[in-house]
Design a protein around this ligand. Structure first.
Ligand code: NAD
Length: 351
């Protein structure tokens, strides 16, 4: 055994109804004038948080997908105008991403309340979009200091988005098992994460109000986010970054489509990871990517690139971009093998 393990994990408060503790948590961070960040669609929720935090809090409900520089400029103006000394962000990873942009610029602490399963609350990774081009980086300043996970806040997440977002989380946990810098702690978390997500997603898509399934899914998402923050990812995340960034395909849905194919691609080169995934999903070790594909289908998340807006003529271009910059992966990549992977994913053929 041979590894390096480092933890910069935030303080985590987890449980149904825990949002009510937000005022005490903000005080613990010595934040006196918080700016509450949300999307327009989650403005009501931001108002609820405002009620809990009292008069010193202000609301910026202008977060949008991909963290464009225009929304960053607007939130920074808000922070200057009101003298905000900390960010409270409530929403998905786009909202958390905007808080991270503030932290990057002003060094303000973040308290995050995630309402999807994407996991950015647990990572020091930031991403902003300048002139249509997404730039990402790692910086410990953007890592939230405190995270409140309240499953009740996920009850409004529609079944289809819950399923796709769940596979976004699952992708972090799966790739963490064969990361270049993998370590035993993160592998344990990842296996538990996969088991929690595989068990809960089929239940919650049938009944989005099932609190036990929502709790289990959010628990899996927390563990997956921890894995994403702690170790590097591989080909699957590279493929999703290219397909989402260069061809504007929807972020979470790209993960649900691509994950079985990325796993099939690497399967012969990651025996320990395959054992862990088969244990977590209760699938035959010889059919883990196929079992994952069946799970995607079962929760009615997309299984083919052609169904989420990919054009067949863009497949070659996507393969070229994937090949253009080197990236760690347990199996070597070549133009022809990546092209084959993308063609199968385009059609949605069971791996
Ligand atoms: P999102 O934040 O873009 O949210 C999508 C929509 O769902 C928004 O309109 C939001 O208001 C709404 N929404 C969120 N929670 C809801 C709820 N509970 N009920 C009803 N509506 C709700 O989606 P996302 O998948 O969380 O985030 C995707 C973005 O995050 C991508 O840009 C991705 O690159 C980024 N990301 C970053 C990291 C990181 O570590 N930096 C990790 C994962 C994802």
């Amino acid at each position: 055994m041979n590894f390096t393990y480092e933890s910069n994990a935030p303080r985590v408060i987890f449980g149904a109804g825990k949002l009510v503790e937000i005022s005490a948590e903000v005080a613990l961070l010595n934040i006196r004038k918080p700016v509450i960040i949300s999307t327009k669609g989650q403005h009501e929720l931001a108002l609820e948080v405002g009620e809990l935090l009292g008069q010193s809090a202000t609301i910026f409900a202008g977060a949008v997908m991909h963290v464009p520089t225009e929304s960053i400029a607007a939130v920074l103006r808000h922070v200057d105008e009101y003298g905000s000394d900390g960010c409270v962000c409530i929403g998905g990873s786009s909202t958390i991403g905007l808080a991270k942009a503030v932290a990057l610029d002003k060094g303000l602490p973040i308290l995050a309340v995630p309402t999807t399963y994407a996991g950015s609350e647990m990572t020091p990774i930031w991403g902003i979009t300048r002139d249509g081009v997404k730039v990402t980086g790692r910086d410990t300043r953007v890592q939230p200091k405190t995270v409140i996970y309240d499953p009740l806040l996920t009850l409004t997440l529609p079944a289809s988005i819950s399923a796709a977002s769940g596979f976004n989380a699952m992708a972090h946990a799966i790739e963490a098992l064969y990361a270049e810098n993998k370590n035993p702690i993160i592998s344990l978390l990842s296996e538990t994460s996969i088991a929690a997500l595989a068990a809960s997603l089929p239940v919650l898509v049938k009944n989005t109000q099932d609190i036990e399934a929502r709790t289990n899914a959010l628990y899996g998402a927390w563990l997956a986010g921890t894995a994403l923050g702690a170790v590097g990812m591989a080909l699957h995340h590279k493929l999703c970054h290219v397909l989402g960034g260069s061809f504007s395909l929807p972020h979470a849905q790209v993960h649900s489509v691509m994950l079985p194919y990325s796993l099939a691609y690497n399967s012969q080169h990651i025996p320990e990871a395959m054992k862990a995934i088969s244990r977590a999903m209760h699938t035959n070790i010889a059919d883990v990517p196929g079992g994952l594909f069946d799970l995607v289908k079962k929760v009615e998340a997309p299984t083919a690139l052609k169904d989420i807006g990919m054009k067949v003529e863009d497949i070659e271009k996507a393969a070229e971009i994937v090949m253009s910059r080197p990236y760690y992966n347990p199996r070597q990549i070549s133009r022809s093998t990546i092209l084959e992977l993308l063609e199968n994913a385009y059609q949605g053929i069971r791996p």
